[in-house]
Design a protein around this ligand. Structure first.
Ligand code: GCO
Ligand code: MG
Length: 423
């Protein structure tokens, strides 16, 4: 053994392994979404970590999943074996891959990465191999009830330096993903719930893409979220029609229940397709990636079980020429956003990052959020995720009573005849 090797050996032996002393759950609602973050405290002074476990529609269920099941399983274990802990937690419920359990597991997983980074004195991106780009190209959301409003908003984002803009328009009288649109008394639904008719939305959506391409020019990258609301055949038609507008991607044309239709989209057009924010099982992303049926994998990191499994998805996708576009809406905590940006910056096959601004309250609670400059997101250079949480500030913004009385859950949306439709 050389002298240098001996030194490393001695240093490693001397370094006591941190053990998990406590696991707690921080909940807050600083900006309209119920955010859940897991904190792992170790037996070493000042060594702890945070992980995003946000599942806003069933937020109250994640905390007990962590406290009643993962905490007793993990107390006293060393923090250094992230893969081993991930696999053993995953397996310990026997039935797995649900959103509550995967989010709970993500909270643990990301907190362990944070701890490892803090131990090493390095940001997590260094532990994952280091940067392969300087910053992360992001897209902003331009919404509006009418076309002109969407275009105005898109222009504002472009003026701020965004090269990529997602456009969503409302449908008169209907509930819409991205943009609501008042009343239309000619519609006469057979119920008094929020209304949605796929065919109307399809016509509005295509008109919007045509208008956006005409008004915003050839250079800007246009994106659009279909939010799994059309019928499979309408989705095929939509993607085919949209080909002429040269989209950056169309997102979620189909629901996870209709994955079998992706083949038809592929056979009919070359419109780039992004999919995956609702996925929580390898059975969902694996065939789409291996079949080269999508262009962007769009998993919500915590829904898939955290940083560890998502990194594997990125690597699998790279082998098949599929790029990443991790889900980055308001119902991801800043810790989760930092995990997104970390994966973006280390993955060769990074595609694009969805951007959501952090309001002042969010930044008061979460110190060290990713920073946006000129349409690019920048990773934090501090150890771990580089984020500190002010728990006292978080306590000032507890989960609020939601207007629909559903505790964060979504209500129903129905067609004219009263049939329930996907959100
Ligand atoms: C997106 C998404 C979200 C989801 C939301 C659900 O692409 O950003 O579709 O806005 O609707 O995360 O809670
Ligand atoms: Mg979406």
């Amino acid at each position: 053994m050389t002298q240098a090797q001996e030194q490393v050996e001695r240093a490693t032996r001397a370094m006591p392994l941190p053990r998990i002393k406590d696991i707690s759950v921080i909940e807050c609602e600083p900006a309209g979404s119920r955010l859940t973050v897991v904190k792992i405290t170790t037996d070493q002074d000042g060594l702890y970590g945070y992980g995003c476990a946000t599942f806003t529609q069933r937020a109250d269920l994640v905390k007990p999943a962590v406290e009643k099941y993962l905490k007793p399983f993990l107390l006293g274990k060393t923090t250094d074996r992230i893969e081993d802990i991930w696999q053993s937690c995953y397996d310990s419920s026997y039935w797995r891959n649900g959103p509550v359990l995967n989010n709970a597991l993500s909270g643990i997983d990301q907190a362990l990465w944070d701890i490892k980074g803090r131990q090493a004195g390095m940001p997590v991106y260094q532990l994952a191999g280091g940067k392969c780009r300087e910053a992360v190209d992001a897209y902003a959301h331009a919404d509006g009830a009418e076309y002109a409003e969407v275009i105005d908003n898109a222009k504002k984002f472009m003026a701020q330096g965004f090269r990529n803009v997602r456009v969503q328009v409302g449908v008169p009288g209907m509930a819409g993903y991205g943009a609501q649109h008042g009343e239309d008394h000619t519609l006469k639904p057979l119920h008094n719930k929020p209304l949605f008719e796929p065919a109307y939305a399809m016509r509005r959506g295509l008109k919007l893409l045509e208008t956006a391409r005409k008004e915003l020019g050839e250079e800007v990258n246009l994106l659009h979220d279909m939010h799994e609301r059309l019928t499979p055949n309408e989705a095929v038609m939509f993607c085919k029609e949209a080909e002429q507008y040269n989209m950056f991607f169309l997102e979620d044309p189909l629901s996870p229940e209709d994955l079998g239709y992706f083949q038809q989209i592929r056979q009919n057009c070359a419109t780039p397709i992004a999919m995956g924010e609702l996925f929580n099982s390898p059975h969902e992303w694996q065939p789409l990636i291996e079949g080269r049926l999508i262009d962007y994998i769009r998993v919500h990191l915590s829904e898939a079980g955290g940083f560890t499994p998502s990194r594997k998805i990125a690597i699998l996708a790279e082998m098949y020429g599929v790029k990443t576009a991790w889900h980055g809406p308001g119902d991801v905590s800043p810790v989760g956003h930092m995990a997104n940006v970390t994966l973006d910056i280390v993955s060769y096959n990074f595609g694009i990052q969805e951007y959501t601004p952090f309001n002042e309250t969010t930044q008061e609670i979460f110190r060290g959020c990713p920073v946006l400059k000129n349409g690019y997101l920048w990773v934090n250079e501090k150890p771990g995720w580089g984020i500190e949480i002010d728990e006292q500030a978080a306590a000032k913004y507890p989960f609020r009573q939601s207007a629909n009385g559903l505790n964060g859950g979504w209500g129903e949306i129905r067609k004219l005849d009263g049939t329930v439709i996907k959100q």
